[in-house]
Design a protein around this ligand. Structure first.
Ligand code: ADP
Ligand code: MG
Length: 277
């Protein structure tokens, strides 16, 4: 059955400041949408708001899942309804192993009488770990504790593969990945494509999208989606950046420019490219 996540004229405040200023976006299962845009434009804010993070205050607009008001649902209810967020900065949790965490999350989605067979679970987890070319000890270590940046990102994708959400929001899963890891992560995301899977892939890089087949590309600026197109937008942004969109739409934002510079400078892939020069 086709499912729909619909965001209408969404306005969100963070600590009293308006960050999202009227976002409109509809994602159906079977579709993969990319959201690109300079840093500080509200991409992560949108991701956290969809998932229900308490810091993000919806001041107007709506988010609906199959017509039902998502904003009335708690975070765990949203997860059980089929939503998944791969975070830009995954948390470290000491004392709970990765595999316990995943199993608990999987079981939380079942009725209380139903359990997951341990044998099936381990088999599936082993396969997912090997698909992602992760170290086989990672599932048995505490969640994200001492994981490298790249391992944390792969771990988010591991959770996604196991949980099989209907809607996945992937927030900059490419940051901190080297070229090989980028390909592995991208291919694993792409393999999730299917009629029961819809995704929002947030990135400010085109590289990840070499491996993920996207249906729509949205450009976000100053808290709004200002342009929507197909894959042709990815190449254009890679070659020309975002200035042409600002010119086209008459947007001026010096602050965003400055922020983007700082963050790009600390990006692993960028450094790698610079080293090549
Ligand atoms: P992006 O993901 O596009 O880089 P973000 O959504 O992270 O942008 O941030 C948009 C703006 O909201 C930034 O100015 C950021 O400083 C602010 N912001 C986001 N989250 C918080 C927060 N938890 N506390 C304070 N400010 C925040
Ligand atoms: Mg972000």
């Amino acid at each position: 059955m086709k499912r729909t996540l619909e965001i209408k004229d969404l306005h969100v405040n963070v600590e009293g400041k308006e960050i999202l200023k009227g976002v409109n976006l509809t994602v159906n299962t079977g579709e993969v949408h990319a959201i690109m845009g300079p840093n500080g434009t509200g991409k992560s804010t949108l991701a956290s708001t969809i998932m229900g993070h308490y810091k993000y205050e919806v001041t107007s607009g709506e988010i609906k899942l199959d017509g039902a008001n998502l904003l009335d649902m708690k975070v765990d209810e949203r997860a059980r309804a089929g939503l998944f967020l791969a975070m830009q900065y995954p948390n470290e949790i000491s004392g709970i192993t990765n595999s316990d965490f995943i199993k608990t999350a999987m079981e939380a989605r079942l009725d209380s009488e139903n359990h997951i067979s341990l044998f099936k679970f381990i088999k599936e987890l082993d396969k997912a770990v090997s698909d992602l070319k992760m170290n086989s000890d990672l599932p048995h270590r505490y969640l994200n504790e001492g994981f490298s940046g790249g391992e944390k990102k792969r771990n988010e994708i591991l959770q996604m593969k196991m949980l099989k959400p209907n809607f996945a929001i992937l927030d900059e899963i490419d940051s901190g990945l080297d070229v090989d890891a980028l390909r592995i992560v991208g291919e694993n995301v792409n393999n999730m494509r299917g009629e029961n899977f819809g995704a929002i892939v947030i990135t400010h890089y085109e590289r990840l999208l070499d491996y993920i087949d996207v249906d729509y590309v949205h450009i976000m600026m100053n808290g709004r989606i200002v342009k929507t197109g197909g894959k042709e937008l990815i190449k254009k942004i890679d070659l020309e950046g975002y200035d042409w969109i600002k010119e086209e739409l008459g947007i001026e934002d010096v602050e965003v420019e400055k922020r983007q510079h700082v963050v790009l400078g600390s990006c692993a892939i960028n450094k790698k490219n610079e080293a090549k020069k």
